[in-house]
Design a protein around this ligand. Structure first.
Ligand SMILES: [Zn+2]
Length: 439
């Protein structure tokens, strides 16, 4: 019997964490923040020096009280990629388990970035593996990574193999056959998986028709705007997800085509770029200037606006969700930048739908409009699979049981409907604190 504990991220979006137990051993997959609640609590997405108790109380990290009885049998903690809703609770919770962290290079480098910046002392050893690695945890449990595409590089699906079959964990992914950074999804490996007892699957867009476009489509959308707009006399300002290294690469390519000086401004941009460089994914620092800290950002911006060549600048800034502490908000509200009529602002992202983000973004857009700027929104494609990608996945791996994850109730219901119409019947909607026994 394989037991699966929904610790966080089931019938809710955020704080992903699952414990998978076989006999007297267990592994944990993902240990993430609930971003809405975390940002509500801290006003920013940066990892702060807070205690696990206060964050757990605020619902900003998974509630691990129920699984603490298994703390001594946990053999590994496996974050699937660097997004904070998968990796962000590690600094607060991982010390409860005497187990190493197994992850890909980018996730490992990013964790080291966070840890070196703060006072977190992690007792867990970080072991980085390649994106298609097989790692034997014990006689009974082997973990297999399967390279996947998503909105951040080095993302994997994880197959936890036991003598009774596998649990395949598929949060988060999309099937992108033309990625602009990294390898295509490893379909061969998915095809070869045998006896998939349970599929835990990203159902965020189970209710969205069709397939999610490739990141190469986003690159074209971006080029179309940035190279197409006539902004010869103006500064171009772009904001996107800081962990979206492929998108940042496309932004740099566009900026270089225009012969603009490219400057990255903001803490999280700098952190993710450094992590991506230290694990050898990209080398941006040869091509762009990176300014990390708030005080230096302010100084840099005031120095730049005095330059005559402000029409030769491309500023890449934090603040795509209009977070109050991010650089774009400070440019708009705190006078960090002297906008000129006709300056271009590109949001290469979408608004993550929740009350705070929507309110912040509306307010920021109204503020930006006061400067008579040219605003381009939603220059973006998602990193999550849509309905037809999900249908392809379940058809490919033929799981005995399916648990929708990374989705609220309506989206999980949409996944259930899709599974049933595709011919799969054992669908389980479980929520935080619940357990599923697979025989
Ligand atoms: Zn993600």
């Amino acid at each position: 019997m394989i037991e699966v504990f929904a610790v966080g991220g089931f019938l809710e979006i955020g704080r992903n964490m699952t414990l998978i137990k076989y006999k007297d051993e267990a592994v944990i997959i993902d240990m993430g923040l609930h971003m809405d609640r975390y940002i509500e609590y801290t006003e920013d997405e940066d990892i702060e020096d807070l205690t696990a108790d206060e964050l757990m109380q605020a619902g900003a990290i998974p509630n691990i009280k129920d699984i603490m009885k298994y703390k001594d049998i946990v053999k590994a903690i496996i974050p699937t990629h660097v997004h904070l809703d998968h990796v962000g609770a590690i600094p607060f919770l991982a010390n409860n388990f005497k187990a190493p962290i197994l992850c890909t290079g980018f996730a490992g480098a990013f964790l080291n970035e966070i840890l070196s910046e703060h006072d977190f002392k992690l007792n867990n050893k970080i072991i980085t593996l390649n994106n298609n690695a097989t790692y034997k945890i014990s006689k009974n449990i082997t973990v297999e990574f399967i390279n996947m595409t998503h909105s951040t590089p080095d993302t994997v699906m994880v197959a936890v193999k036991t003598p009774e079959g596998s649990v395949l964990y598929c949060n988060d992914f999309k099937f992108d056959k033309s990625p602009t950074l990294g390898e295509k999804p490893n379909f061969e490996k998915l095809k070869k998986l045998k006896k998939v007892k349970l599929l835990i699957v990203d159902s965020l867009y189970a209710d969205r028709e069709g397939k999610t476009p490739s990141e190469s489509v986003a690159r074209e959308l971006l080029k179309d705007v940035v190279l197409g707009v006539n902004a010869d006399k103006n500064t171009i300002i772009i904001t996107t997800f800081s962990s979206h290294i492929a998108r940042l690469k496309s932004i740099i390519e566009s900026g270089k085509k225009l012969n603009r000086k490219i400057i990255f401004l903001g803490r999280s941009l700098s952190k993710y770029t450094q992590a991506a460089e230290s694990c050898g994914l990209v080398r941006f620092s040869d091509q762009v200037e990176i300014v990390k800290w708030g005080s230096k950002v302010k100084k840099k911006l005031s120095q730049l606006q005095k330059e005559k060549s402000r029409n030769k600048l491309m500023l890449v800034v934090t603040g795509h969700q209009a977070e109050p502490k991010a650089v774009l908000s400070k440019m708009a509200y705190n006078g960090f930048f002297d906008f000129k009529k006709g300056d271009v602002v590109v949001f290469s992202c979408k608004v993550i739908p929740n009350e705070i983000n929507e309110r912040n973004r509306k307010r920021l857009e109204r503020q930006l409009e006061k400067y008579n700027l040219r605003i381009f929104k939603d220059v973006h494609v998602s990193g999550h699979a849509s309905k037809e990608d999900l249908r392809d996945l379940i058809t490919l791996v033929k799981p005995e049981h399916i648990v929708p994850a990374h989705a609220d109730v309506p989206k999980s219901e949409a996944m259930k409907k899709l599974c049933i119409e595709t011919g799969f019947k054992n669908i389980h909607l479980i929520k935080e604190g619940q357990k599923l026994e697979i025989k």
